[in-house]
Design a protein around this ligand. Structure first.
Ligand code: NAP
Ligand code: ZN
Length: 367
């Protein structure tokens, strides 16, 4: 397989980065569509900063603040209808992965006529508006990925659309928006980022560039393990996590994810388990099974975290995740079948058998 590294998104970072880069907003056009979730951006200062910049630039904006967590395909069509009616020149997303992914899809659907049953065909033209993404969680890396992950009720899972046209032009990283992020969301999103980098290293598409970035991201997240346990993080640590999650996004932009994400999608779709937590629940056991056929690679990952064995990592996960959800054998059987048929699982250098996937699920929950 020919491997490549591609990253067209410009990343701007640092405190007060939105305001310091008002000229970048000005270059984008006369009117912005701001896409965000229902509450958090109004409280954490990110929406105020963006609106201040647009006002002082004399730019107009329309606010779409209805994005739900784990946005559905249908909800993005509703957002696109709003975007069309507002006749905007560019899109600004503020929030976690849900608003960022919704913004990418809303943008695509506002610019191109794509019937709902053709959305996943990937047959898009180049038409799309420029995008600025301002993440307010440190996990998904969506600010630098060409993916939007949507809840697909027809397929009963979460499924991503992907295209180079979905890469944002600019990502703005300012950890101050995360000062009041709850312990739970901080842990879940950190585990999502960790999962991206680990899965990236196990992907068929991994290459020396993505490996270097993934290892750096894993190291930086690991520096925050102790603070994650307490839920008390300094601004500097929050920046470490934000930077590491953007690095992890650069990794999966090139490598895609593997079976962990596929298993996690079922846990989110059928049990409403948060995306990062869903990955964290299965990540430790998954590594145990990968180690059997690829011990050198798992050792590299563990060393970057400062661990000698997978069990040490599982002890950390137990501490971060607390009581685990309960699943029945029938549920596990169904999710194993979905995972085994997923493109994510086939993207791993080590393809796990039905029996192994079943064991991973069984050992990851009900404890
Ligand atoms: P999220 O669903 O975007 O947000 C989770 C919760 O956190 C929401 O209630 C949100 O509130 C709140 N929140 C966000 N920022 C906050 C802040 N600074 N302070 C306080 N609360 C805040 O969670 P996420 O984990 O970031 O994103 C998960 C989604 O991203 C999933 O759909 C997942 O599949 C997707 N994802 C995408 C990619 C990609 O490459 N595109 C990669 C991995 C995951 P509000 O709703 O009020 O904003
Ligand atoms: Zn993820």
């Amino acid at each position: 397989m020919i491997k490549q590294y591609y990253m067209p998104t410009r990343v701007l970072m640092g405190e007060d980065c939105v305001k310091a880069n008002s000229s970048e907003f000005l270059k984008m056009g006369k009117k912005a569509l701001i896409v965000t979730g229902k509450h958090s951006a109004k409280i954490n200062g990110a929406l105020d900063d963006v609106i201040d910049v647009l006002s002082s630039n004399g730019q107009k904006w329309a606010l779409y603040d209805k994005v739900m967590t784990n946005p559905t395909v249908e909800s993005t069509y509703e957002g696109a209808a709003f975007a069309r009616s507002e006749n905007v020149d560019f899109v600004i997303a503020i929030g976690g992965g849900s608003p960022m992914d919704a913004a990418k899809t809303i943008n695509l659907l506002a610019c191109q006529d794509i019937p709902m049953d053709k959305l996943y065909d990937g047959q898009y033209s180049d038409e799309i508006l420029p995008m600025i993404l301002v993440p307010t969680t440190a996990g998904t890396g969506s600010e630098v990925t060409p993916y939007a992950i949507l809840t697909n009720n027809r397929l009963q899972t979460k499924k991503s659309i992907g295209s180079p046209i979905l890469f944002p032009q600019i990502a703005i990283l300012d950890a101050k928006y995360m000062d009041n992020l709850s312990k739970e969301i901080t842990i879940n999103t950190a585990l999502d980022a960790l999962s991206h980098s680990i899965e990236g290293m196990l992907s068929l598409r991994a290459n020396p560039i993505t490996d270097s970035i993934a290892l750096e991201s894993i190291r930086r997240i690991s520096l925050c393990f102790e603070s994650l346990k307490s839920g008390r993080l300094t601004r500097a640590e929050r920046f470490e996590l934000l930077y590491a999650s953007t690095l992890a996004g650069m990794v999966i932009s090139n490598t895609k994810t593997t079976a962990v994400h596929s298993m996690g999608y079922s846990l989110t779709y059928f049990h409403d388990i948060d995306h990062g937590r869903a990955n964290g629940l299965v990540l430790g056991e998954f590594l145990k099974y990968i180690e059997k056929s690829w011990p050198e690679r798992v050792n590299e990952i563990l060393s970057a975290m400062g661990y000698g064995t997978v069990n040490e990592f599982i002890i950390l996960l137990d501490e971060l995740l607390g009581d685990r959800e309960k699943l029945t054998d029938e549920q596990i059987e169904k999710y194993v079948s979905i995972t085994a048929n997923s493109s994510n699982a086939k993207n791993c250098r080590v393809v796990l058998s039905i029996e192994e996937l079943t064991e991973i699920f069984k050992n990851s929950v009900n404890k």
